[in-house]
Design a protein around this ligand. Sequence first.
Ligand code: FPP
Length: 243
Amino acid sequence: MPKDADAKAGPAHVAIIMDGNGRWAQKRGRPRLFGHHAGARRVREIVEACPQLGVKYLTIFAFSTENWKRTQSEVAGLMSLFRKYLKREADDLYQNGVCVRFIGDRIRLDDKLVALMDDLELRTAENDRVHLTVALNYGGRDEVTRAAKRLAFEIEQGRLTHQDVDAETLAGFLDTHVLPDPDLVIRTSGEARISNFLLWQSAYAEYEFVDTLWPDFTAEEFASVLNSYAKRDRRFGAARVCE
Ligand code: FPP
């Protein structure tokens, strides 16, 4: 992303921490998974809204490296939801020109889910209308650690030297190496923290914390968050220019 990116043009890359599914379900006296299913329906609406809103890249946080601490039944329910979602949505994503990618460590994910992820990535690789990146078993620290390990291996093998190590080289080993940095990170549900999401990539991102629980986050509210982003003054560390 160019360092003089103009907020008025709207964010090209929006990243979302989809929080509040559990509370949404609890408010209705239903199990947490009911909220996750409602959250999955909202994903579709937000992805479909992107082209019209000028959002070329959308990255969503579906499952963190810390989410394994949840009960076994919630984790299993989420994994089953991801499998069903990928099967059910694959055709529409492909036909709607969405290029789907996954970031995160696949090592702990089950083989069936990984096969669905691989298939969808391959099938949609040539699409360019919207780039949807799903963070699954993703943690920012884990991603940087894995990148550092791969970089160290390249040095060990003699393909790089320590002199080659700079921010650009390290970024080339991150899961997101083909993506621009996010311009805007949105978190729903009223929590104001980043929970290990895109730590490296969001160094200069703008943040928006909204109270709405994820299953209630509509395309209209998405558009209004983008409108408020457009009024921001992004300086990337430079001084404000006085007229
Ligand atoms: C956080 O809400 C949400 C998650 C950990 C799961 C996010 C998953 C979805 C939105 C499901 C669909 C995603 C895809 C890609 C199909 P929470 O459970 O922490 O809510 P709480 O803070 O209210 O408990």
